[in-house]
Each structure stands twice: as C-alpha cells, then as structure tokens.
Design a protein around this ligand. Sequence first.
Ligand SMILES: [Zn+2]
Length: 308
Amino acid sequence: MSKNFKVGIDYGGTKIEGILMDDEGNEILRKRSTYEKNYENGIDTVKSLIEEFDSYTNSVNTVGVCIPGFSSKETGLVNNANCVWINDRPFHKDLERSLNRDIKLMNDANCFALSEAIDGSGANYQSVWGIIIGSGFGGSFVYKKKVIEGINQVAGDWGHQPLPYPTQEEYELNPKCEVGNCGRPLCAEQFISGIGFTKIFNSKYGTNFRTREIVALEANGDERAKKEFELYEDRFARLISVMIGIIDPDVIVIGGGMSNVARIYENVPKLLPKYTFSDKIRNKILRNTHGDSSGVRGAAWLWDSDKF
Ligand SMILES: [Zn+2]
C-alpha cells in the first residue's frame, strides 16, 4: 500500500474506539472494544487495537489518542478525567512505553474541535471554536488547524464560568455544580448541559422527562418546552457573546446531544446583537459534521496539524 495511514483512538470511560484513516480523511477501518475499567487493561486494549491496524496496513502508523481529561504538560500526569483510573497516572508515557513509539495525546473536546476544523463544519474557516453540549458543557479553540491549548490547557473551555447577566429567576434557581472542584454559583454548565437543562425543566414543572422527550414536546407545540428553550437560547447567547468578545471566532461548531436541537441555530444568532459589542454579527453557528466520530477523527489528525 502506497498511502500514508494514521490511527486515532478515543479512550472513553466504557469503551475504547479506534479508526484507521488515510491522508484524505477517509475511514478505512473502525474497531470498538469494551474493557475492564482499570489502568492496565485500558493500555492493553489500546495496544491491541493499534497492532490490528498496523498489521492491516503492514506499517507502523502514527497514533493520536484522545481522553476525557487532560495530560498535564508540567507533570505528565492525567487530571480531570471521568475515567478516574487514569487520573494522577503518567498515561502518555506508559502508553508510549507499551507501544514502543511516540504518540500524541489530547483532550477529547480539543480533538472534536480539531476534527471539525480540518475537514468538518469549520473546514473553510481560520478560527474555529468547538463546543460540546451533552451531559457536560465545554469547548476548545482551534486556529489555522492547530489546537490552542493555553498555559493551563483550558483555552476555550468556559463551561464552568458563571452565567453572564443572570436574571432574578436564574439567581433563585442557582443549581449547584458538583463537578470536580467547581461548586461555583451560577455555573454555566448547570444551565446549558443537556442534563442541566432537563433538571431545571423537571424541577420547574414537577415532571420527570428526559432531554429528548422535552425536545419532542417542543416540536409538538408544548408551551412549557417552548418557553424553556427560549430561556435556554438566551442563556446560550449570553455565554457565546462573552467568548466573541475575547476571541471572536469565524465559526462556532456545536457537538454533543444538544447539537441536534435545530432551533438553536436559527434563534441564537438573532439574540447575539443584544449582548455583543459589534455593529454586525458575522460569526457562524453550525452543527458538527462528524458527530460522535469527531473525537476519534481529531485524534487521528493530531500528527498532521502542522501540515496545513
Ligand atoms: Zn461547574
């Protein structure tokens, strides 16, 4: 085979997924493995996926891995991962030792943004801010196809900042954030994540719906759902406006479960002028292209970021 291939690994809390991609971003193979939730078995599982891809291409391929946490550039140890068994461990170094080659390791939200910036919804733009809204809420910034990590490796990740311009109702709701070391009043994630939105809805109306049921209610004209989505969009617009005031990205690409709520793309841009210090809002807000595959694709692209 004359082509160059690259391997991306998405190391998740319950499964590890790998893809083999060619230089044009075409997916050649995809494998998914469950594993025992412990450090050693995780490393062995990654290793066997990579060996399978290498033997398919009969070459030693580049490997990028994304994790739901951060590998500290200062200490080499992982922190803030929800698969807690890799926290405080030298995961990057141990993986390299086990595979006997250099690998690149990156936070999964960063890989999402990189994937969308390279050949997804942000492909035609210089600056791409990726936002993932699922059970959590966070983001990442990519400029000219390179992840801008920041000195603390949290650039773009403003999910646990306070909600701007809070209303009286939001002050009173003030849902408590129990994530890691947050616990901050008016933590944005508690209002914007799918879980946060649904919790607010259920406690307000005494219901027990799941997020997708509220989305369906709204589609059927339910007044409560309509009102809550209007409030949601206004909160989201306030948060985006803060980021526009700082990095003013060409495009904002949304991923995660809430990215499937179509009305966000129509309504949030209309609200931005209320909160943004600009005569006209040129930033695009787009749905992702690669869906759940963006993390693993971004990981595979990690070695190529310098080529663009
Ligand atoms: Zn928080």
